[in-house]
Design a protein around this ligand. Structure first.
Ligand SMILES: [Zn+2]
Ligand SMILES: [Zn+2]
Length: 491
């Protein structure tokens, strides 16, 4: 349809007579970008429009407090690189309405997954480092292998007093203004990329190889990535995590989420803010930009990005549900330009049960994606439908998961005590077997419907990172204990 010239960024188009007109906004300068038919923008007006959109998104939601530490997750791709530029611009001295938070950057090196050599990975990391250094912001380059060393606390809902959560934006603005006069700027620091541990690289590759389908592999990678980002934010003292998802990506994510049985979590997965972790809130300020707008902006204003092939690089469309959805949406978009916005607007109207649920301390959260468990939803869920069809095909009632689990546990505890050497190596003080093994059926009770599907596609659970297994075992022991003493408890 239209494309940007290599030299000046001026557009050519034979189809649109409107193109010869001047910029639709200032009506003076020649057009440089055509986002919608009949709405050409000149370079200057496009820049203004783009910057305004970012500020407006943050301003409207008022979720990032002045002075707050915000961690920008930058993958090197066009969208997150553009986000980084917006933050840089917003913090610059002569910015019109200056942003008032303190940024930091994180990059995850996922080279282990695509089997890249150490040399190759170092080269990319150096490129990323140079890019980050030029911003003057503190940055953290972490490797995906580090997910294997995460503590179980990453999966726990943090303890916060209610006052922490209700502190208002206005109060924060006041405090920020007061502190501004005597603000102490810590020296910008950077973190050395962790040495890539060969054993961990292999372990990570084994984990990914134990997943049978590309769909489940993508899902698992997504969870691990989120855990690592969350951990980095927590340990480095950031209370907000900025993600670069643009509206094209979110439209794909919404549709694939639904196909993957994540309907109950779709609002959190695609919304502006995601509060599932409690203390660290993820925000998506790029959600109003289309991939096309970002491509134009990056081209016209020389926003550098680093190309890094991911898991789905050059894979056929039908490889995974996520890839198939992506190609469906992008193909539809070329014929029907409002496809993405229509899907995206729908995502804005979604409300999640998870948000309210996670504020209640006692409701169990999925041990993988950390959303409230949707498996107890009464009716009309995909999970219930699956249960019913299983029931019909087996023509017997599926036992209550927890009950059967307790039975199994009692059995295994009995086995354990007969073989126990009394050295405490295999038994906890409560005489519950604490082997390192985790049975898929046991893990299933701790997962939401969609994560159950992901785990179902794994040939074994033995390569799951330690923190996931430990946390799952801990929760199972707690369930069992509760079941054992349930007859003594008052309702
Ligand atoms: Zn203009
Ligand atoms: Zn889940």
């Amino acid at each position: 349809m239209c494309e940007v010239d290599q030299d000046g960024g001026h557009m050519r188009s034979a189809e649109h007579p409107s193109f010869s007109k001047a910029c639709v906004k200032c009506k003076v300068h020649p057009p440089a970008v055509l986002l919608r038919v009949g709405d050409p923008f000149c370079r200057g007006c496009f820049n203004e429009y783009f910057i305004h959109k970012f500020r407006a998104m943050l301003g409207k939601n008022r979720i990032i407090f002045p002075g707050e530490k915000v961690l920008l997750a930058v993958s090197g791709g066009p969208s997150s690189s553009s986000m980084l530029r917006q933050v840089q611009q917003g913090l610059s001295i002569n910015a019109h309405k200056k942003l008032r938070f303190t940024p930091g950057i994180v990059f995850i090196d996922e080279g282990a997954l695509t089997g890249r050599s150490l040399e190759d990975r170092h080269k990319t990391n150096t490129e990323i480092r140079i890019l980050f250094e030029s911003t003057g912001f503190p940055f953290h380059i972490v490797s995906l292998e580090q997910v294997l060393e995460l503590p179980t606390s990453v999966l726990m809902w943090p303890h916060m007093s209610s006052t922490d959560r209700t502190s208002s934006y206005k109060v924060a603005v006041g405090e920020f203004d007061q502190n501004q006069s005597c603000a102490f700027q810590p020296p910008y620091q950077q973190q050395e990329p962790a040495d890539m541990n060969k054993a961990h690289t292999l372990e990570l590759q084994l984990l990914m190889a134990s997943v049978k389908t590309h769909t489940a592999r993508e899902e698992l990678l997504n969870m691990l990535r989120q855990h690592l980002l969350l951990h980095t934010a927590r340990t480095e003292g950031y209370s907000k995590l900025m993600l670069g998802d643009n509206c094209t990506r979110l439209a794909v994510k919404l549709l694939s989420s639904i196909s993957l049985g994540r309907g109950a979590q779709a609002a959190l997965d695609t919304g502006f803010s995601d509060s599932r972790y409690g203390d660290v809130i993820a925000v998506r300020p790029m959600r109003d930009y289309s991939a096309k707008e970002i491509a134009y902006y990056n081209h016209l204003f020389d926003v550098p990005s680093v190309f890094i092939p991911g898991l789905d690089f050059k894979t056929p469309d039908k490889n995974s549900i996520q890839r198939l959805t992506e190609s469906f949406v992008t193909k539809l978009q070329t014929e029907f330009p409002s496809t993405v916005t229509t899907i995206y607007r729908t995502s804005e109207k979604l409300q999640s049960d998870c948000k309210a649920a996670s504020a209640v301390d006692d409701r169990p959260l999925c041990v993988l994606c950390q959303c409230a468990l949707d498996t107890s939803a009464e009716n009309t869920s995909a999970f219930q439908a699956t249960l019913i069809s299983e029931q019909l095909s087996q023509s017997k009632c599926p036992k209550d998961c927890l009950q059967s689990l307790t039975d199994d546990k009692t059995k295994s505890a009995a086995n354990c005590s007969s073989q126990c050497h009394g050295d405490g190596g295999c038994c906890s003080p409560l005489n519950i077997c604490v082997s390192n093994k985790l049975e898929p059926m046991e893990l299933k009770t701790l997962l939401c419907y969609s994560c159950q599907l992901t785990v179902k596609d794994m040939t074994s659970l033995e390569h799951l990172p330690r923190y996931i297994i430990s946390e799952a075992q801990k929760r199972l022991r707690r369930f069992q204990m509760r079941a054992e003493i349930s007859s003594f408890l008052l309702d």
